[in-house]
Design a protein around this ligand. Structure first.
Ligand SMILES: [Zn+2]
Length: 207
């Protein structure tokens, strides 16, 4: 390996990690004590691109690979991305990625639907506070197997609606079974069997 990657040596970040793990575990009830996610701080854009094997846009600052969370180092956050640094934003980003680690385990590493996986991470990490509410939903369902910047604008609010209105158990059940769906249509059937209504924008409210 030619990359220079630093493990966290930052007590505030360690504390944010512990707090996030505790809160996420109380949502998912995994009782996750051993082999918890590794956290790797990546120094710069060049190393992000090397690790991901492709050029990445400026907004990409964190991702998960297996049980490892990669974050652009807080020290170079503003020079190596188009984000402004604040502890709030950075710790929410950490929690977002850790939430993906929980979702991976619950869903047996299902990659779909992207809107559900991203929406859960956005909702559980507290990132909704940092986002503008959509007037109405019109695009999150397009993100089934393809991601992109657009998935972040509505999916967190859609998942918030599901959790607050119908409870977290149904969302967890949806996540558990997501991998059995072989297509977008299959997933819509699974959704209907759990929620008893169709998966379409008319049935989702912005809270
Ligand atoms: Zn994500």
């Amino acid at each position: 390996m030619v990359f220079e990657i630093n493990q966290t040596n930052n007590p505030k970040l360690d504390e944010a990690y512990e707090k996030s793990m505790k809160e996420l575990d109380s949502f998912f009830k995994l009782g996750w004590k051993y082999n918890r996610p590794n956290l790797v701080l990546v120094p710069d854009r060049k190393t992000i691109n090397s690790l991901k094997g492709k050029e990445t846009p400026e907004w990409v600052v964190g991702w998960t690979q297996g049980n490892t969370v990669y974050l652009l180092s807080d020290k170079n956050y503003e020079t190596q991305s188009n984000h402004k640094y604040s502890d709030d934003e950075y710790f929410a980003l950490l929690k977002h990625e850790l939430a993906h680690c929980f979702s991976h385990i619950i869903s047996k590493f299902s990659q779909k639907p992207i809107w559900l996986l991203e929406g859960l991470s956005i909702y559980l990490s507290g990132q909704l506070k940092l986002r503008t509410k959509p007037g109405k939903y019109s695009k999150f369902l397009e993100f089934y197997e393809n991601g992109g910047k657009g998935v972040y604008s509505e999916s967190g609010f859609a998942v918030e609606f599901l959790v607050k209105k119908y409870g977290k158990e149904k969302v967890i059940q949806l996540l558990k079974k997501a991998k059995e769906s072989k297509s977008k249509e299959d997933f819509a059937d699974l959704f209907k069997s759990i929620y008893d209504f169709e998966l379409n924008y008319n049935n989702f409210e912005v809270l």
